[in-house]
Design a protein around this ligand. Structure first.
Ligand SMILES: Cc1ncc(CN)c(N)n1
Length: 216
């Protein structure tokens, strides 16, 4: 079994919790209140900027030109492709960019930036992997169930697209390659990083669903 297949097995309860979460359920049905989606998209715009920074940190620290190129392309896509999607929703809902990261976004991004700068590239790669993989799986899951009239159709189509699928496959191959060259102790850290980020994906959707804000 590939290392990444083991990773997926280990987060199975977290993935199930994501699929059954009210946010995903209502997004699929198209009944998610636009205010909930607006909170999500505002936080996600902040997330994507720093996610791109985290990928650039991996690019700077990767040892082979091929790996550097892959991470650089992922970093560029996070800004260009996903921002285009975001901007269309910003225009549609006439919303202003948010400047404050709410708790889940704050925790997730700080975790990614710390891990990609202070841990090995292998561990950093495992930490960013859920951002690719979970979105592809959730995107496909929703795509199979959502109607054409779903107001969140362009979001769904982005993450169920062939282009996104290709970058996810590339990221999976990269992670397996790092795992092959890693020690047992390092693979353990990769597992841990993958699990933490997967959890934070759940929290990210949960914050949007509950419109969570700093209480103090
Ligand atoms: C929080 C989050 N995680 C992942 C993705 C997909 N790159 C995203 N847009 N936002």
């Amino acid at each position: 079994m590939k290392f990444t297949e083991q990773l997926w097995q280990e987060i199975s309860p977290i993935y199930s919790a994501i699929l059954t979460h009210g946010f995903v359920n209502e997004l699929t049905l198209g009944s998610l209140p636009s205010s909930t989606f607006q909170y999500y998209i505002q936080q996600d715009a902040l997330y994507l900027t720093d996610f791109s920074r985290a990928l650039n940190q991996l690019a700077a620290r990767a040892t082979t030109p091929n790996d550097m190129l892959s991470f650089t392309q992922f970093a560029q896509n996070a800004i260009l492709v996903e921002r285009a999607l975001h901007e269309s929703y910003f225009t549609l809902y006439d919303i202003q960019p948010e400047t404050a990261k709410m708790p889940a976004c704050f925790a997730y991004i700080n975790y990614l930036l710390a891990t990609t700068s202070l841990q090995s590239v292998a561990v950093g790669a495992a930490a960013v992997l859920p951002c690719f993989w979970i979105y592809r799986e959730v995107g496909n899951y929703i795509h199979q169930r959502a109607s054409q009239q779903n107001p969140y159709r362009s979001w769904i189509d982005t993450y169920a697209s062939e282009a996104f699928d290709q970058s996810v496959s590339q990221m999976l191959a990269l992670t397996d390659q790092y795992a092959e060259n890693a020690s047992a102790a390092e693979r353990e850290k990769m597992r841990d990083a993958f699990r933490v980020s997967s959890r934070l994906e759940w929290y990210f959707w949960n914050d949007a669903y509950t419109q969570n804000r700093w209480l103090v």
